[in-house]
Design a protein around this ligand. Structure first.
Ligand SMILES: [Zn+2]
Length: 301
């Protein structure tokens, strides 16, 4: 049995998967924010609870914001800042009495969809979470590609490619630079674009909804969003040429993206014809926690 834990900024979720990927149990608790020891304690009780529910012991994988730095072995780049500088894999392993694998949450998302989701059977998969932020992950032959700096797939902090005049220098990004892909393609990026055009501050999902209902200014904002996403993904294709691209996060619910973005990216990618499918996630919001469980392969590999 595989146990996956998704450590989010507001909740921690755990599931158990059978060998066939069937969900055997699920639990969640609120994240003890800004308290590292309590966070470790909450994860341990979730795992214990899952094992009581199922009557089995499992391997444990953890998906989290940020990544373990290969240089220091400590958490870096996490927006849940109380995790930064901690050896969370070792602390959890000690508390649980078994090895724990940790990965970035976008990598877990990509792994879930590549294993038995929207990209099942594909060799090279690029998974993107477009929500509060813009995380990306690469899976090759069923394994997460991490890289020596643990930043493979961190596409959101590249500059928006082929910027149009009004896109430079671009909005400030929390990473310290301006004009990052994330600053445009995250939910807050669409919110800001719509606000700049209308003076109205609306959640990105509401902007998408207004576009569906035919509001002209919302349609224009979503079309700019699609154009930016198409240019940003054309660069991914030029570098990696993945077999499938899967979207996750709040923006992945905007169904028109799957038709409109591939219509535009053709003009930017360096190829006579682009056949890459852009797909919605099969496991929806469960992909992060499922991917954490899949960090352990068959026979503990
Ligand atoms: Zn950035």
């Amino acid at each position: 049995m595989r146990i996956g834990v998704d450590l989010g900024g507001t909740k921690i979720e755990a599931i158990a998967l059978g060998d066939d990927g069937r969900e055997l149990a699920r639990r969640r608790v609120a994240t003890p924010r800004h308290d590292y020891d309590a966070t470790i304690g909450a994860i341990v009780s979730l795992v214990n609870g899952i094992e009581q529910d199922t009557g089995h012991e499992g391997s444990v994988g953890l998906g989290m914001p940020g990544a373990l730095s290969p240089a220091s072995g400590l958490v870096k780049n996490a927006n849940s800042t109380w995790l930064i500088g901690r050896a969370i894999d070792q602390d959890l392993a000690r508390a649980l009495g078994r090895p724990v694998r940790c990965a970035n949450d976008a990598n877990c998302f990509a792994l879930s969809e590549a294993t038995d989701g929207a990209a099942a059977g594909a060799r090279v998969v690029f998974g993107v979470i477009v929500g509060t932020g813009t995380g990306g992950g690469v899976v090759v032959d069923g394994r997460v590609l991490t890289g020596p700096n643990a930043i493979a797939g961190e596409w959101g902090h590249n500059p928006q490619p082929w910027p149009r005049e009004d896109e430079t220098p671009g909005p400030a990004c929390y990473c310290g630079k301006a004009g990052c892909i994330e600053a445009f393609l995250s939910g807050p990026g669409l919110t800001r674009d719509y606000r700049d055009a209308t003076g109205l501050e609306l959640d990105a999902s509401l902007v998408a909804e207004r576009a569906e209902r035919g509001e002209d200014t919302a349609i224009a904002a979503v079309a700019r969003y699609e154009d930016r996403m198409a240019r940003a993904l054309a660069v991914v294709m030029n570098l990696l040429d993945p077999d499938v691209i899967v979207l996750g996060g709040g923006m992945s619910r905007a169904t028109r993206l799957y038709e409109q973005v591939p219509r535009v990216w053709q003009a930017w990618a360096f190829s006579d014809r682009i056949t890459t499918p852009l797909r919605p996630p099969l496991h929806g919001d469960s992909s992060g926690v499922r991917g954490a469980a899949w960090l352990w392969g068959k026979d503990g590999e």
